[in-house]
Design a protein around this ligand. Structure first.
Ligand SMILES: [Zn+2]
Length: 293
């Protein structure tokens, strides 16, 4: 399931094909994604220019010249592919490699830039929605999201305040999109390892009773920002490599330190621990019981 860095990489891959370009044709092969596409979907896009592509948590937001915003979510298995009209050569394949069959190309955007952008999603948990820009703040998909972890406002004080008094595990707190937006299982495991904090530790222990941050909160925020920035960097360099070679993208083969590394030696310098897997709230957690306290 794509998390924030993957979605950011997709955004950067789509921008050159879509920003400043008009929708010249929209094909909808299947409109029943996670939710049905709006009835006027094609009509509201046709002829409109994409003025910019942004991101909020795991949502891609394409600003349109009509003052509408096209909200796109990759779901579990969604991917975008960018083709050029001439030669049919894939310019970019943005997302998981399993989604390659044209039968799952549910939505196809033909852009005035000459690019053809396909949205492929075998499991159809992805979604697209169009909202008027002035209603964006009230949009239920976005309005309950917590802070962007890479935003300036997200710091130890903010995270500690959100975790104040929380009796859930730190892992569960970080997966809660109201506490911090865009993190999923992989990057939560990785951030906790970098911060040397146990995923089973109670969330409230990164804050004082009144919600002031302690050293753990500081380390955790640093760990979150570092792991996300590294992953975005890795995605960005795959995009650059891809443009050079026209080959397939391997952008999601990041080097994780603990995720899916059960039984391997802990990579923390000086630590002699072994990465362990436990199950929390039905999902695997990977961590080092020796250095993560
Ligand atoms: Zn360790």
């Amino acid at each position: 399931m794509p998390e924030l860095p993957e979605v950011e990489t997709v955004r950067r891959g789509l921008a050159p094909a879509m920003e400043g370009a008009r929708f010249t044709k929209i094909e909808v092969h299947r409109g029943d994604l996670r939710w049905p596409l709006p009835k006027d979907f094609t009509q509201r896009l046709q002829g409109k220019t994409v003025t910019g592509i942004g991101r909020r948590a795991k949502y891609l937001l394409a600003d349109l010249s009509s003052n509408d915003v096209l909200i796109m979510h990759l779901g579990m298995s969604g991917s975008f592919h960018v083709f050029r009209k001439s030669g049919d050569k894939a310019l970019g394949r943005y997302h998981h490699e399993r989604a390659q069959h044209a039968a799952h190309d549910h939505v196809v955007f033909h852009m005035s830039s000459g690019a053809i952008v396909t949205f492929n999603d075998p499991r159809r948990f992805g979604s697209m929605k169009i909202v008027a820009r002035e209603k964006l703040d009230a949009e239920p998909l976005l309005s309950r999201l917590g802070p962007e972890p890479l935003g300036n406002a997200f710091d130890a004080a903010m995270l500690a305040n959100a975790c104040k008094g929380k009796k859930t595990s730190l892992k569960a707190a970080l997966l809660d999109q109201r506490v911090v937006a865009g993190l999923g299982n992989i990057y939560v495991c990785e951030a906790l390892h970098r911060a040397l904090l146990s995923p089973t530790r109670m969330a409230s222990t990164i804050a004082s009773k009144i919600g002031a941050p302690n050293d753990r909160a500081e380390r955790l925020v640093e760990g979150i920002k570092a792991v996300l920035n590294d992953a975005i960097e890795a995605g960005g360099s795959s995009l650059r490599d891809h443009k050079r070679t026209d080959g397939d993208l391997g952008m999601f083969q990041h080097n994780f330190r603990v995720y899916e590394r059960e039984g391997e030696k802990c990579p923390t310098p000086g630590c002699r621990g072994t990465v362990k897997r436990i199950v929390q709230n039905g999902r695997s957690t990977f961590y080092c019981p020796v250095c993560q306290k």
